[in-house]
Design a protein around this ligand. Sequence first.
Ligand SMILES: [Zn+2]
Length: 578
Amino acid sequence: MIELPASPDAFRDATWDDVHPYYEQLATVALDNADVALVESWLTIWSRLDTLVGEAGTLAMIAYTANTADSAAEQAYLRFSMDVFPKMEEQQVRLARRLVESAPSRADLATTVRRFRRDIEIFREANVERFAQIEELSAAYQKITGGMSVDWDGSAKTIPQLQPYLKSADRNERERAFRLGASAYLAQRTEFADLFDRMYALRTAVAHEAGFADYQQYCFSAKHRFDYTPEDVAGFHHAVKTTVTPAVARLMAHRQAALDIDAVRPWDVTVDLGTTEPLMPFADVATFVDRAERIFTRVDAELGQQFRIMKDEGLLDLESRPGKAPGGYCTDLSFRGRPFIFMNAVGVPDDVQTLVHEAGHCFHDFATHALPFTWQRRTGHEAAELASMSMELLAMPYLVTPDGYYSPEQARVAWLEHLEDVLASLIHIASVDAFQAWIYTHPDGADRDARDAKWLDIRAEFEQGVDWTGLEDQRISRWYRQLHIFELPFYYIEYGIAQLGALQVFRNAVRDPAEAVANYKRFLALGGTRSLPDLYAAAGVQLVFDAETMAELVAFVEERIEALRAGAAAPFAGVMPA
Ligand SMILES: [Zn+2]
């Protein structure tokens, strides 16, 4: 039908003019009254073309983020991200229309067709320009936040570089780091509010153009949230408030006693308890990788094998180096069927957490490569993060020596930190989501002062046990710092949904680790070929929005925390048969 290049190398230097003819052929080949075999071979070619061009672009991104000083790599990356991919996106909508019209009867394409149908339904030509304007405003937000730095004892530091000081045993140093970080955002408050006002107006116009009452309704549709509603999510907020908020208040009370202070202030919430020595899980990347392989092998031999493939094939770029882009990601080399991890490891516990998390995404990629079409491999964030967050919990018991990074005493500190963080993050997730729901459904959402006041109200409801007296402005600055609110609206509750799924995987693993891992792998292999509730069911868990189930899971986590505080030698101890 259409002759494609044999490898992504053919598109390495491609501009849109080189790629376009293939999509043009796919868009114009005769499919009317075509038989099933013809439609399927058309789909196979389209899918293969997506992976060929996609992998070429991914390789360009990897090369650029590995060395941002390489201007040729930067040019190649920009060519794909600014030119090839946006235009490819347009062609996808065009081809999706043909796919939907030809209505293939394959059951394993039902979820793909449903997603395409939705994209077509809400697409409006008039919104294309609005999205471009929102992109520009997002870039302006990135520019302001990316350029922020503060003076720390005479040396310039970025805001993330203040993080270690927030864990300092010296309380004054923690307070100084906290105030300094907040001050950088407060200094730009007017600029942020101006940007947000313009984003708000554009997003509301997008929703109205597409026939929705408000932008929240639009987002639920655009994000393919077929299986839960704004009402379900409001129930989630309520459930967090009634079950997680009191649990975190108990953690804070424990913290107050352990630190022997009058009140827990915002700069007291991240310092590790029970140790004055910061954890140093590894000294070099070879050890980092070697231990990770052993940990994943303990979770499951096949997963360990997959991680070894990544090591052997050079699919791990982990160490921090000058010139590397900040942050970390897992990406997919979709043509060759291999994932890739990029991060900036410096030897801290967060690096372990990041690697285990990203590896969960990689195992998802490995498991789905056998599916015939690329769109079947894609899931929403609710399922993608279930894969990664479950792995964080499944790997926990093995973080200890001889396989893992920590002595038994250090492991206990790391486990406690992780479990406490699970609860604390649910509060943050729910408040960020509740805030956005209010912004886009309430007329006062357009008013900058009303937004700040509402954030304070919401935060006070969700976050208890921390004394913010006299720190109202610093508390307000927290939402200006949440890039999702500016750049990726309503993309946040997925982490909460996935975390509650992951906690159920963890609870199942405490009862029967082999079965929990088997279910987890069955879930991974389905990719996006089932509805969200079915994917969760395959993993042996359910979607949780209600207070009753959430309360059970919170109690389970608190039990584990209690056991660890009482000296338990493993996060599963006390429940798992010896
Ligand atoms: Zn993730």
